[in-house]
Design a protein around this ligand. Structure first.
Ligand SMILES: *Cc1c(COP(=O)(O)O)cnc(C)c1O
Length: 490
């Protein structure tokens, strides 16, 4: 590679000394180092930066992590095996990983006011698997072992162990239906959770599209599940977790909350009191990369009773933890425990409410008539006669990145869908406020109003070229006022 294309050297030559930024150097140096082996991969990373700089990110589950988080993740920590948990490892030389994991655990407990945190899960799906298995160990395996007078499952006969395996398969999970906003890991038929549990689903109300706690109470008494799971990927309202815990207690269910989407709103104090799941749930699972704005990963919080079961995440299900990601989680937990982050979290929901209201003012059908959190669902089938897939593609052509989403009781199914999900965490990180939300609502609505379905299979569409061109320019104008990672010059 000649110096003329060396991004790091170009940056250093062009930037006044007092403007040189460590995050920019580290990013550009990484690119140059990757380039030495894989120019194609280096180019894809740069192109991803360009893509994210030229498209308005409205995906509710995405964000922009800080360069400090990214730097903690991209280094030699990836080389270390550290099966076990802090100060209790199956490998030598884990002193530094011990410190890193212990620090991440401590910061997570402080941030969320939890008794215990387990920060090894590689993703939100893994966090749920660890939580499910920990509950099964505590509630099924241990109870049976006590009855059988056995201490170690490794010492059991095949027949006796199979009795426990049979019992696992009979346990019931009651969780939010996929079409009502539940996640795949909440008992979707094609997901492992349906193999693990005998799954029952609750839905939102057919008319209001809201959770109906009276109906839910009735269903809980009917099903009597081992695990009662709350949390969502696509539900636009806050949930009263104090009330849900009461319902769980009525039937002796373990109350689990998956806060993957709204962990940042909990950390930032937007969801507090009855709406903060941490004091009420026996077990809380989460991702770190959505509203929480950390690295891609997961974690679990639990009350004292489940602590020892969670620590068995490895060997139970996880292999070795990812020390580099745990380091980045610690950085993110620290960032989230600041007044700045509190303000950020408050702004996410202010922006979300402003965007939803601006869309409603323009006549767009917004599910439940608004939002209490970071996301909203638009019924594009009803408003524009477009499938979610057509809406998603038409918007992407003009510089919006967002995703189609099934709506409650969606007749278009999970592939085409009737909805679009919009979230404000990423644009809020860029610094946009309520006036920008009004512009975004205008652009989205105008574009979709000038888009027509041109095939009966809900795939092809045509947007008025003049409208599309103008929207594209206006998106670029908006983005130019809120640059992504402005310190990185390429
Ligand atoms: C995103 C999400 C997950 C899964 O997270 P991954 O990191 O993608 O595995 C789990 N639960 C809910 C509710 C989610 O929204």
């Amino acid at each position: 590679m000649s110096n003329s294309t060396n991004l790091l050297l170009n940056y250093l030559a062009a930037t006044p000394q007092d403007k040189i930024d460590a995050g920019a150097i580290s990013f550009l140096a990484n690119i140059e180092k990757v380039k030495e082996i894989s120019p194609d991969i280096a180019e894809s990373i740069i192109n991803e930066l360009r893509d994210q700089r030229t498209h308005l990110k409205l995906i509710a589950s995405e964000n922009f992590s800080s360069l400090s988080v990214q730097a903690a993740m991209g280094n030699l920590l990836t080389d270390k095996y550290a099966e076990g948990y802090p100060y209790h490892r199956f490998y030598a030389g884990c002193d530094n990983v011990d410190k890193i994991e212990a620090e991440a655990v401590k910061l997570a407990c402080e941030l969320f006011g939890a008794d215990y945190a387990y920060v090894q899960p590689h993703s939100g799906a893994d966090a749920n698997m660890v939580a499910f298995l920990s509950i099964l160990l505590a509630k099924v395996q241990d109870t049976m072992l006590k009855d059988m007078g056995v201490e170690d499952i490794a010492q059991m006969s095949r027949d006796d162990f199979n009795k426990i395996r049979d019992a696992y398969g009979k346990q019931k999970l009651l969780a939010l239906d996929y079409y009502s906003g539940g996640h795949l890991t909440h008992g979707y038929r094609h997901n492992y959770s349906s193999i693990l549990f005998d799954v029952y689903s609750y839905t939102v109300d057919r008319e209001t599209k809201l959770l109906d706690l009276d109906a839910l109470r009735e269903q809980l008494h009917e099903v009597k599940p081992l695990v009662f799971l709350a949390g969502y990927s696509a539900y636009p309202r806050k949930i009263n977790f104090a009330k849900m815990r009461e319902l769980a207690d009525e039937v002796g269910a373990v109350f689990m909350v998956d806060m993957a989407h709204f962990a940042g709103l909990v950390a930032g104090g937007v969801f507090d009191g009855d709406y903060n799941p941490v004091p009420y749930a026996h077990m809380v699972t989460s991702t770190t990369h959505k509203t929480l704005r950390g690295p891609r990963g997961g974690f679990v919080l639990c009350q004292e009773e489940y602590k020892d079961y969670l620590d068995k995440g490895c060997p139970l299900f996880l292999g070795g933890p990812l020390p580099h990601v745990m380091a980045a989680k610690a950085v993110a937990f620290k960032e989230a425990n600041t007044p700045d982050f509190k303000e950020y979290a408050a702004n996410i929901t202010k922006n979300s409410a402003a965007l939803a209201q601006a869309l409603i003012d323009r006549g767009v059908s917004v599910i439940t008539g608004g939002t209490d959190n970071h996301l909203m669902l638009l019924d594009v089938q009803e408003t524009y006669g477009l499938s979610g897939r057509q809406g998603e593609s038409a918007l992407r052509d003009s510089g919006f990145t967002l995703n189609r989403n099934a709506l409650p009781f969606d007749v278009n199914g999970p592939w085409y869908t009737s909805g679009i999900r919009i979230g404000t965490p990423a644009v809020t990180t860029l610094g946009m406020g309520e006036s920008e939300m009004v512009i975004i609502a205008e652009l989205i609505d105008n574009l979709l109003r000038h888009t027509e379905s041109t095939s009966s299979n809900r795939t092809r569409y045509e947007t008025d070229p003049a409208v599309a061109k103008l929207a594209k320019e206006q998106v670029q104008e908006l983005l130019s006022r809120f640059p992504l990672y402005p310190e990185i010059v390429i």
